[in-house]
Design a protein around this ligand. Structure first.
Ligand SMILES: NC(=O)C1=CN([C@@H]2O[C@H](COP(=O)(O)OP(=O)(O)OC[C@H]3O[C@@H](n4cnc5c(N)ncnc54)[C@H](OP(=O)(O)O)[C@@H]3O)[C@@H](O)[C@H]2O)C=CC1
Ligand SMILES: O=C(O)CCC(=O)C(=O)O
Length: 424
């Protein structure tokens, strides 16, 4: 029974319902710490903000925005900001909770938070986007800050949006505060390597998982859903390791080429059209047929809830790398496990982005900036070490990598909660 935010009655397939079911699965492995388990099922703080802006035509429009701090036991809140027409409070709650788990899984000194605005950013002009971002930043200024909660990019946001957020917050506090957001442009205190860091982490965890299941990346066939920041960077790295991209899906359509696609030419089309659908060196196929693609590795890198039970039963891949947050329904997750398809879960697979965000925050505080090679080496080591520990936990308890990641992370979160204690 969860009476917090009781106006949310999650469908088990919704993002929050999916997260709650993942928590329920890990509680038996937490020993005495499980008595603190309810902490994981309640966001600490949820802020809903009205974001009114003047449009270019002089009318006024109101957008609904959110910032949810799920858990702050291990440090300040950390997590991205999403601009998407389907954003809801319930979704942002789930995304913030996955941040808590992810940050603990790679042992970053952060809690978990996430924000968003229900808006289609493509429908706004550059100036409207700036006005909306600045107003949203001022509204959530109540809860964010370099030591409180540090936003970053997610779906529909980018380094330019982070620059506006940093500038607005800085003006409001009366001093340049580069550490208030990460994922900024490099000349404004951003970190080298951040743009591609999430895709890089997907590749690194995928390479390690492939090695363990004796899947050779040279010639491996990869299908990618979502060809934005995460999907395209991961795809490029797999191609660099000898793999072939055999199918790509985004909002502009689904394309397939069993012989593999030329990444340079594909990226050119994506840059030109904002999507992969018009790429002519591949066959245009039905969107639903994407899930039947003959492939070795599937990378969901779009939104939540994409791998349903029906789709899980059709997948041909041996390895699923969750670039997206929450792409797999709980019943689909069970079906994949039963079918022997290995899933590297979001809470470790896509942790590369927040790891380099952490590096950015550290560099901003020390005003000393690292080279891209230093960043990539440290990122690779953190991801490989974290995955090794998770794998050992999975082997010890005979559980999935998802439940093992939750076990490693939730032990850290609840231990911190217990050690801090409750104010009497
Ligand atoms: N950016 C980051 O650092 C991190 C992102 N993530 C997660 O990775 C995922 C992708 O984020 P990111 O790459 O940053 O976002 P982007 O906005 O850069 O890209 C999102 C991509 O997903 C596509 N897409 C959206 N909805 C659908 C759909 N229903 N079917 C098919 N394709 C779709 C978009 O297509 P189109 O452009 O045509 O709409 C676009 O190609 C999200 O789940 C995000 O939370 C996780 C960790 C860090
Ligand atoms: O870089 C960050 O702080 C967070 C990235 C993010 O939103 C995520 O990992 O889902």
């Amino acid at each position: 029974m969860h009476d917090t935010l009781s106006f949310i009655t999650p469908d088990p397939h919704s993002a929050w319902g999916t997260y709650l079911s993942q928590v329920d699965r890990v509680l038996p492995y937490l020993g005495p710490l499980a008595r603190w388990g309810e902490t994981l099922k309640r966001p600490k703080r949820a802020l809903i903000v009205d974001v009114p802006i003047e449009m270019d035509d002089g009318t006024v429009r109101h957008f609904e925005g959110y910032r949810v701090q799920h858990n702050l036991s291990r440090g300040p809140g950390k997590g991205g900001v999403r601009y998407h027409p389907a954003v809801t409070l319930e979704e942002v709650m789930a995304l913030s909770a996955w941040m808590t788990v992810k940050n603990a899984a790679v042992n970053l000194p952060y809690g978990g938070a996430k924000g968003g605005i229900r808006v289609d950013p493509r429908q706004l002009s550059h100036k409207e986007l700036e006005r909306m971002t600045r107003r949203y930043t001022s509204e959530i200024g109540l809860v964010i800050g370099p030591q409180q909660d540090i936003p970053a990019p997610d779906v529909g946001t980018n380094p330019q949006v982070m620059a506006w957020m940093m500038d607005t917050y800085s003006m409001n506090v009366g001093g340049t505060a580069t550490g208030v957001v990460t994922g900024k442009p490099v000349h404004l205190g951003g970190s080298l390597g951040r743009v591609k860091a999430t895709g890089r982490g997907v590749f690194v965890t995928g390479r390690e998982a492939a090695r363990r299941i004796h899947l050779n990346l040279d010639g491996a066939r990869v299908a990618v859903q979502g060809f934005g920041n995460v999907g395209s960077a991961a795809a490029e790295m797999f191609v660099g390791a000898g793999a072939k991209i055999v199918a790509v899906q985004d909002h502009t359509g689904t394309i397939a080429n069993p012989a593999g696609m030329d990444m340079g030419a594909l990226m050119e089309v994506v840059r030109r059209d904002g999507g992969a659908g018009a790429f002519t060196q591949a066959e245009r196929i039905d969107d639903e047929a994407f899930w039947d693609t003959d492939c070795d590795i599937l990378i969901p890198a779009a939104l939540e809830g994409q791998i349903t039970l029906a789709r899980a039963n059709r997948l041909k891949a041996r390895l699923v790398l969750e670039g997206a947050n929450g792409p797999t329904h709980p019943d689909a997750d069970d079906a994949l496990a039963e079918r022997g398809i290995l899933v590297v879960p979001d809470v470790i697979c896509n942790a590369g982005g927040v790891t380099v965000s952490y590096f950015e925050w550290v560099q901003d505080f020390s005003s000393f900036f690292w080279t891209e090679d230093e960043i990539n080496l440290r990122l690779d080591k953190i991801m490989v070490d974290a995955l090794r520990r998770i794998w050992d936990t999975a082997d010890r308890h005979k559980i999935t990598l998802r439940t093992a990641t939750f076990a490693v992370a939730c032990e850290r979160i609840l231990m911190a909660r217990q050690e801090r204690g409750l104010y009497p």
